[in-house]
Design a protein around this ligand. Structure first.
Ligand code: BMA
Length: 312
């Protein structure tokens, strides 16, 4: 940590909180979890688990306080089913969970990885006991998708990251039935040259609704002589017109620093896919994949993030 910058997300001292060796069955790595707080108050993480074939599936870990004493399900929650969904023949990855109170269901946006590249698929679950896959909704090459928790002007809204003309930016799309998405629009693009988010960007966790707008945590990638660096920044989208970005971070706010973030299967990666907002409606637990190998959590405050963003 550099004392000249604010520490907007504070790492938990027990990080990494989840590693492959804690799993009740063989997995090579666990990372990039989606997150939610269940009706019983427990935190649920839907973790990407990569095996020694190199392919990923999704498994559940639960904890009372979202920090420690994790209980891991004895078998995966969602596996790739290439016979039914050929688009997931190389696995399913990077889930992002949104609770939709209007439907009383959780919607999981996840990456299906197949021969044409990554695509966005949806699954729906009431209680994380079982789930129903809705199938692919955004064709390859597309990923890093999450739903907003409510309809905006009578339509469901999704952020996602298509590769368009070799450029990886955050787009918004709309749907009336969750299956057909249209009116795609670019809302946040990579910057250029030496910027920390010049190579590619993508949504991190699902948007957080605040009075000031939708707070977005996104990852930005910089390419340098030693490879790619995955760091995290913020943006604020207009509440009723989320295709309008009101504010965007100049500085990144969280970056690989510790050994477990700097070294692993893919070095120098922090990659959040989920967060929980605690009962005070301010404290955030941000869950992130560290070096594509393990899972870390860092704590932040919505108020402090917004204040910092407004002063950028
Ligand atoms: C991205 C995704 C993530 C991964 C990251 C770093 O493109 O594939 O799943 O964590 O790269 O390897």
């Amino acid at each position: 940590m550099n004392p000249n910058y604010p520490e907007l997300f504070v790492r938990n001292s027990e990080n990494p909180i989840l590693t492959a060796s804690m799993w009740p069955y063989p997995v090579h790595t666990v990372f990039n979890p989606g997150a939610t707080i269940l009706k019983d108050g427990n935190t649920l993480l839907l973790c990407r688990m990569e095996d020694r074939k190199g392919l990923s599936q999704l498994g559940i870990a639960r904890s009372k306080n979202g920090l420690n004493h994790w209980i891991i399900n004895p078998s995966p929650f969602m596996t790739a089913e290439p016979e039914i969904y050929p688009a997931e023949c190389w696995g399913i990855e990077d889930p992002r969970i949104t609770f939709i109170s209007e439907l009383n269901q959780y919607i999981i946006c996840y990456v299906s990885y197949g021969k044409s590249g990554p695509s966005v698929s949806l699954a729906i679950t009431e209680n994380f006991e079982e789930q129903i896959k809705l199938g692919m909704v955004l064709k390859p090459n597309d990923k890093d998708a999450a739903l907003f928790p409510r309809k905006i002007q009578d339509r469901w809204v999704m952020l996602h990251r298509p590769i368009d003309h070799n450029s990886a930016n955050i787009w918004i799309s709309y749907s009336v039935d969750l299956m057909h998405w249209k009116d795609r629009k670019l809302i946040l693009g990579t910057r250029t040259g030496g910027w920390w988010d010049a190579e590619k960007i993508g949504l991190g966790a699902p948007p957080i609704e605040t009075k000031e707008g939708w707070l977005i945590i996104y990852h930005g990638v910089k390419k340098n002589a030693s490879g790619y660096l995955y760091r995290i920044g913020l943006a604020l989208l207009d509440l009723e017109h989320p295709d309008i970005c009101i504010k965007r971070t100049n500085d990144w706010i969280f970056a690989p620093e510790t050994d477990y973030e700097r070294f692993g299967d893919v070095k120098d990666v922090v990659f959040p896919c989920g967060l929980t907002l605690l009962a005070d409606n301010d404290t955030i637990h941000l869950y992130y994949g560290a070096a594509d190998t393990s899972i870390g959590v860092a704590t932040g405050s919505v108020r402090k993030l917004l204040d910092w963003l407004q002063n950028q």
